[in-house]
Design a protein around this ligand. Sequence first.
Ligand SMILES: [Ca+2]
Ligand SMILES: [Ca+2]
Length: 404
Amino acid sequence: MFARYFGILSACCDITSSVRELALDSRRGRQRRDFSKHIMSTITRFAGIAFFFGATSVAFGSQTFVESFSNGSNVGAWHITQMGDMNPSTGGNPGAYIEAVQFGGFEPTARTTSTAPNPFIGDFRARDVTSIGIDLETISAQFGAQRPLTLMLYSDNGTPGNPNDDCEVYVPASNLIPQIGAGWTSIDVPIPEQSAVIPSGWQTVSCAATPDIGWNEVIQNVTTVMWVYGEPGFFYPADVWSMGMDNPRITSELGTAFCSGDGSGTACPCGNAGAAQHGCANSVGAGAFLDANGSASVAANDMTLVASGLPATTSTLFFQGTTQVNGGAGTTFGDGLRCVGGTIVRLGIRTASAGVATIGPGLAAPGGWGAGQNVDFQCWYRNISGPCSSGYNLSNGRSITFAP
Ligand SMILES: [Ca+2]
Ligand SMILES: [Ca+2]
């Protein structure tokens, strides 16, 4: 039965191609502080960075870039005091880290200083950035500090020579900065980058336009990331600090969802629209979601495909193609949309467990990917009691451009 349906699938040939590429758009920034507003607290603390590296995680498709500072590496040019920073090889979390000792200041800040394209800055919305994190340690201070940590995203708004249109958004932590002698503290903040309005708990600083416009400006063109010891709008006494930073990190979705049953493309066959980025609704909810974990590296060959929102124990066929059907909008097929066309490769059939099916890693050989190649993925699954009574449905598509 699978083969029969898949025969229909692979026989279809409405082909257009849409290659999506990440665009890192960064420009030279200028630091400016003009804090004026009180704030709320929404930073979410996870147990630690192990959260992001859990190989068995299936709920969050993602890739995380981490700067460990080993062997002198410092992507993004992270600094605390810039000129006075050191790079010890031990004592970090673990290994090497950035340390600044006995420096005076009101609000110590760990920040990126490179405006050349790098993983920490750019268009967070286009890249589907989902969280930013860091490990911080307060080694010593004269007075100590009872103040929150704040994540700030700064944009020069595309005009590095004109500070008048610069804009910042920030969200403070509910927790305080790492206390003296408490060791390393890991903090991760979700980034609601798809929100069209400024998310709850976030504020803007110095933006010329409304907070919603400022949010959209910054999130699509971040030129500096800052972790600030303090809360905007408050005054703090100068102190003499020793502190360290390690593992600044940024997590984004792997690949780009397309051909979703959420109304953004072709309408679902029987009015069964799904949730944002998901496939069309099925018998158990708002559609299946195809995501990817691992990396887009062909050499690492560690990408896995994860389909969630499936009927509990359904059979799921993962497949790939070379083109996106109907310009990426898809065409109706069964209870869902057919998204992937061109040269089809079946990657395998998996039985879902609790509505989740996973395939990979090790897919590079069967998939035949090469560096620079864009591949489109989708999954097809049985849904006997589905809303349109065809007996089967599909996930959203996911487009991934592979790297060496
Ligand atoms: Ca380290
Ligand atoms: Ca500017």
